[in-house]
Design a protein around this ligand. Structure first.
Ligand code: MG
Ligand code: MG
Length: 311
């Protein structure tokens, strides 16, 4: 059998069976944005993310500082979505021998910008030679309460931290490889290259019943909450706001904004559920059942679990 035969999530499940967790200090193991360990009275969060040349980025197209920033942001975002603050990072590098030093220096400068912005320190790492650039960051965070994917309750409202869909529009613009971009297009591209993890919303996350950061796409990530919490999630289409820049993009290129709002990955915004009124964008509610649905005035439709998959 080949790894692709399992699919991304099937493969992870299969591999995790080889390494069962028998440790009472592990509060949460596989299957959430972070693992969580309780030591004395502290909850530590652990996460890891990799950026691979030609999978996540094209070396000749990306600004390496953006790459360092984005790698850091994807890790911080997982820590935040579990209710934590980022504290420490480790970095593994795999680099071709003839790589320009300026490229890796740029990545590190981007990581430095992220460290200063989010408030964590890189405290170790290692390096290997390789045929393509790979950079992997592990991060440890700290929290007083673990907020995960499994806590959504019937009666909760569903909230998101921003209008969505901008990252996917930005990526499509980058791939158009145009000589000239309009101002709104430049802003969309920036949302793709320079996403910001919502550390500013930590207090809201800590009050939520469940939370996930939107890295695969809203629908796909709400499916994760639906499965883990064993609930049905209903998105109300009329509550989905279309960001003005996304609207300009969709008008110009003849696209449907909901394809972007529902399926854009690498947003690094948060989706959370709570029974409280929150100062965030309410987009739906949680009820008994399973799956993710979208409700318009005339009908309610079950949404496909599609999102980005590596295999
Ligand atoms: Mg995540
Ligand atoms: Mg992640």
């Amino acid at each position: 059998m080949k790894v692709r035969d399992f699919g991304e999530f099937g493969l992870i499940e299969k591999l995790n069976q080889i390494l069962p967790i028998n440790d009472k200090d592990v509060i949460v193991g596989y299957g959430d944005d972070c693992a969580c360990v309780k030591l004395d009275n502290t909850l530590l969060l652990f996460t890891v993310d990799i950026q691979v040349e030609n999978v996540h980025f094209l070396k000749d197209r990306i600004d390496p500082t953006d790459l360092g920033w984005k790698l850091s942001t994807s890790n911080v975002s997982d820590i935040v979505s579990c209710g934590g603050r980022p504290r420490w990072a480790l970095i593994s590098l795999a680099l071709p021998k003839d790589l320009d030093y300026d490229f890796i220096k740029g990545i590190y400068e981007g990581i430095k910008q992220a460290q200063d912005y989010y408030g964590f320190f890189t405290i170790g790492g290692n390096v290997s030679s390789s045929s393509q650039v790979m950079i992997d960051m592990s991060m440890v965070g700290q929290t007083d309460r673990f907020v995960g994917r499994s806590g959504a309750k019937v009666g909760d409202f569903v909230y998101v931290s921003s209008e969505l869909g901008l990252s996917k529009a930005g990526l499509e613009l980058i791939l158009m490889n145009k000589n000239f971009y309009e101002d709104f297009e430049e802003r969309l591209i920036k949302r793709h290259y320079r996403p910001t993890a919502r550390l500013d919303l930590l207090d809201s996350v800590l009050q939520a019943n469940s939370c996930i950061d939107i890295s695969d796409g809203l629908v796909s990530d709400l499916w994760h909450i639906s499965k883990k919490s064993q609930v049905k999630i209903v998105i109300e289409q009329e509550y989905l706001k279309v960001h003005p820049d996304l609207e300009l993009f969709c008008n110009k290129y003849g696209k449907n904004p909901y394809d972007y709002i529902l399926y854009s990955g690498e947003e690094y915004q948060l989706a959370l559920t709570s029974n409280k009124e929150m100062d965030l964008m309410k987009i739906g509610y949680v009820e008994e059942g399973e799956g993710v649905y979208i409700k318009s005035k005339s009908q309610i439709v079950k949404l496909d679990e599609k999102g980005f998959r590596h295999f």
